[in-house]
Ligand binder design. Structure first.
Ligand code: FAD
Length: 436
């Protein structure tokens, strides 16, 4: 339940406190904005869909964003660095290797468990006087006019729970790919199913992973093994639905044998696997990033195939830009709250009545500046899936040649690395390693 909310006027309402929504709230914790964060599922419950057993590969650009927000120091103890990326095609000669030395960075990326990211973000949220958390709470209705956006939420997991009204200048939809905000505003989306399922699990290899991330294209689909702490590897294996069900049903020894057969022995003999989970894969794109006083971020705006680990990284770039535009619209210099009061701020005291953070010019600029990056990531992941998810012999030779060429041609290789590291296209201040 929210602490000491004297009334229900806010500057910003965020619907969805998953990876994207919670990151946005944390990003604005030092601003003068009064923020409502509405999340349907409590942290550390099995039903929480964002902070589950998955891992995310954070690009170097995303680390810069968290750094600029002063959040990286609390995430770093849970992060394993990716120093090299090894991309190969099972049964074919082509291999591409990317390394942190060639790219001149501390690491190409980092692997973190979603659950740990959630725990760190919620520790910050609970410690921030200007963020009012409504959890468990569900969005029910939404109206907007030229002055404000108003929502009705139910602050209980039951339908007959307590109803509350909240209003603000700006509402951000961070409620994932089944977004209730989009439904209430009749924002459409295009959706392309890949007829593929991602099987995820954590596995323990016989050899040290040496901070190498492996992306291997196999006859059953792309298979990624990413380095984790305690010498574990995070497996993301793309499969057709029947194969996924079959592999899911196997006992541990048979499953590891199948994995070994597809991946080979670069990591020695696989010893152990954790819980396996299945996720259907699709490409989804909202037809508009903003409508009136509402802006979309994260999976609500775009869901991509996890083949190149781009989804949350893309969301962080939405957040970095939106925060930059919001903060630039506020009076400068940005006053930091001194000292932090024990209670949440009283009614209206931190409402920036003179500033309109939901102004059309601001939101349209956000939508326009995000277009290129999102389009590029759609194209990049979609091409990877199409090229590497079939067994036509001619195509297999072509992609082997492609991998070989990328390995020997430094320009193409740097472009591939830049895309993987989230450092291509329009870069916000945070993405360039500067503070907000
Ligand atoms: C198998 C797999 C592997 C992946 N690997 C990577 C990777 O390596 N790197 C990477 O960058 N990305 C990866 N991704 C993508 C990443 O998981 C998503 O981009 C990320 O989860 C998006 O976060 P989100 O907060 O936008 O949405 P979600 O995670 O879907 O969170 C939405 C939140 O909104 C809440 N909510 C929903 N409806 C309501 C409502 N009506 N009222 C209140 N709250 C509501 C939900 O409870 C949830 O907490 C992967 C995805 C998959 C499926």
């Amino acid at each position: 339940m929210p602490k000491n909310v004297a009334n229900n006027h806010f500057d910003l309402i965020i619907i969805g406190g998953g990876l994207a929504g919670a990151s946005l709230a944390c990003a604005l914790r030092d601003s003068t904005l009064k923020i409502a964060l509405v999340e349907a599922h409590q942290l550390n419950t099995d039903s929480q869909p964002s902070y589950d057993d998955r891992t995310v590969a954070l690009s170097y650009g995303s680390r810069c964003i968290f750094d600029g927000l002063g959040l990286w120091s609390s995430l770093a103890p849970y992060a394993e660095a990716i120093n090299n990326i090894h991309i190969s095609d099972r049964g074919h000669f082509g291999v591409t290797r990317l390394s942190k030395e060639q790219e001149g960075v501390e690491a190409l990326g980092y692997v973190l468990e979603n659950r740990n990211i959630g725990l760190q973000l919620y520790a910050v949220i609970n410690d921030s006087p200007n963020i009012h958390l409504f959890c468990p709470a569900q969005l029910k209705t939404l109206q907007q006019d030229t002055q404000q956006v108003s929502v009705e939420i139910v602050t209980d997991s039951h339908e007959d729970g307590k109803r509350q009204k909240l209003n603000a200048k700006l509402l951000v939809a961070a409620d994932g790919n089944n977004s209730q905000v989009m439904k209430l505003l009749a924002i459409g989306s295009s959706r392309k199913s890949y007829n593929q399922v991602a099987l995820i699990s954590n596995v323990t290899p016989g050899n040290k992973h040496n901070n190498v991330a492996y992306e291997r294209f196999t006859d059953t689909g792309p298979l990624a093994l990413l380095p984790m702490l305690q010498n574990r590897c995070s497996l993301v294996w793309t499969l057709d639905p029947e194969q996924a069900d079959y592999l899911y049903s196997l006992d541990e020894a048979d499953f590891l044998q199948q994995l070994q057969q597809r991946f080979g022995y670069r990591l020695g003999q696989f010893k152990k696997t954790g819980k396996r989970q299945l996720y259907p894969l699709f490409l989804q794109s909202a037809t508009q990033m903003v409508q009136g006083r509402v802006a979309l971020i994260g999976n609500a705006a775009h869901s991509v195939h996890p083949v190149a680990g781009q989804g949350f990284n893309l969301a962080l770039r939405d957040i970095a830009l939106l925060c930059e535009l919001i903060v630039d619209s506020l009076p400068r210099p940005l006053p930091r709250p001194l000292p932090k009061p024990q209670q949440k701020s009283p009614a209206d005291s931190s409402i920036n009545s003179a500033v309109d953070i939901g102004a059309q010019t601001l939101l349209q600029r956000y939508a326009r500046l995000r277009e290129d990056d999102i389009r590029r990531v759609y194209g990049f992941t979609d091409t990877l899936v199409k090229t590497f998810s079939n067994n036509i012999t001619a195509l297999a030779h072509l992609r082997a040649l492609g991998l070989f060429l990328v390995d020997v041609l430094p320009d193409i290789k740097h472009q591939l690395a830049a895309q993987n590291m989230g450092r291509s296209g329009h870069l916000s201040r945070l993405n360039r390693g500067l503070p907000l």
